[in-house]
Design a protein around this ligand. Structure first.
Ligand SMILES: Cc1ncc(COP(=O)(O)O)c(C=O)c1O
Length: 303
């Protein structure tokens, strides 16, 4: 990391060159906004998955918190490409973030300086070997935050305290990951992933009314699955459907497509990654690796 190159407020610089004061507003109050993006090795060249959609969500997250970014959509997009190129990475995880770079105690953000950074790190599987073997999950005692409380479509740092609380609880109980319920008690999502269930060959996934982040991987998989002739139903899903479905999986930039094999100690299906999960996961990994002409427009190649 020490030697890596980052983009900071409009210029490429060294990771360790940037110093942030301890009382920085976003460090104290969780007022950063960020994105998680992946670049993949697509036939020897790095390719960024759905770059424009991620940049768009980044701009919207900033807008929700009235953060005035001094950089345009195009400048940030180019900063992301430059960071991947400068570091010579193939596959990597890219973290653009914006924060109130102002060290005062006041909660007020009006007029505070906003800095924008893009950092990238080489990255493999979020769940390690469980990426293919599948994860065990605990339905969390914590409910997912919802739009009555915070704007959940903003990918804001503070939102992730809800995720961290759920992960800590699941981990302390011996599970790999948490599943959070919505305020109405339906399945919402994982702490950093959307969720799909498979029942009778159809895909079920919670919709926006279940307090989910509208994930880019989620809507990519929905489009792919429908084109593969698989029916996808977006609806509220009861907790006990987790115990009676045939298969389940998480999806997200970090998690990609990760099978869920056990929930609350109850096997999902036969307790192994399901066939449809594996089919969709393989199709997704082929797309990000640049093997599909049909979805080539989802990739931005870094030359
Ligand atoms: C809470 C939450 N839900 C879902 C997702 C999946 O979204 P995406 O596919 O855009 O990465 C993420 C990751 O960004 C997340 O943090």
């Amino acid at each position: 990391m020490e030697n890596s190159r980052i983009w900071f407020d409009g210029a490429i610089t060294g990771y360790i060159e940037v110093k942030v004061p301890l009382l920085t507003h976003s460090l104290q109050y969780g007022t950063g906004i960020f994105e998680g993006i992946r670049a993949y090795d697509a036939g020897g060249k790095p390719a960024i998955f759905r770059l424009d959609e991620h940049v768009e969500r980044f701009m919207r997250s900033a807008g929700i918190y009235r953060m005035h970014l001094r950089f345009s959509r195009e400048e940030i997009r180019q900063g992301i490409i430059d960071v991947v190129r400068e570091n010579g990475y193939g596959a990597c995880y890219i973290r653009p973030f914006a924060f109130f770079n102002d060290d005062s105690i006041s909660l007020q953000t009006k007029g505070k300086k906003v800095s924008v950074a893009v950092v990238a790190v080489p990255y493999d599987n979020y769940f390690g070997e469980k990426f293919s073997k599948g994860v065990s999950c605990k339905v969390s005692g914590w409910r997912r935050i919802n739009s009555d409380i915070l704007p959940i479509q903003a990918k804001a740092s503070g939102n992730y305290l809800n995720s961290v609380a759920a992960i800590g609880e699941a981990d302390a109980s011996g599970f790999d990951e948490a599943i959070l319920l919505s305020k109405n008690g339906y399945i919402a999502e994982g702490p950093g992933e959307n969720i799909f269930l498979v029942k009778n060959g159809k895909l079920l996934t919670p919709g926006l009314e279940s307090d989910i982040l509208f994930g880019i991987t989620r809507f990519s998989l929905i489009e792919m699955a429908r084109k593969m002739g698989i029916e996808v139903i977006e609806r509220q899903i009861h907790r006990d459907e987790l115990y009676t479905c045939d298969e389940a999986f998480f999806c997200g930039t970090a998690a990609e497509v990760t099978p869920i094999v056990n929930v609350d100690g109850i096997a999902v299906g036969n307790g192994k990654p399901g066939q449809l999960t594996e089919k969709i996961g393989k199709a997704f990994m082929d797309i990000v690796a640049g093997k599909s002409k049909e979805y080539a427009h989802w990739l931005t190649f870094v030359g």
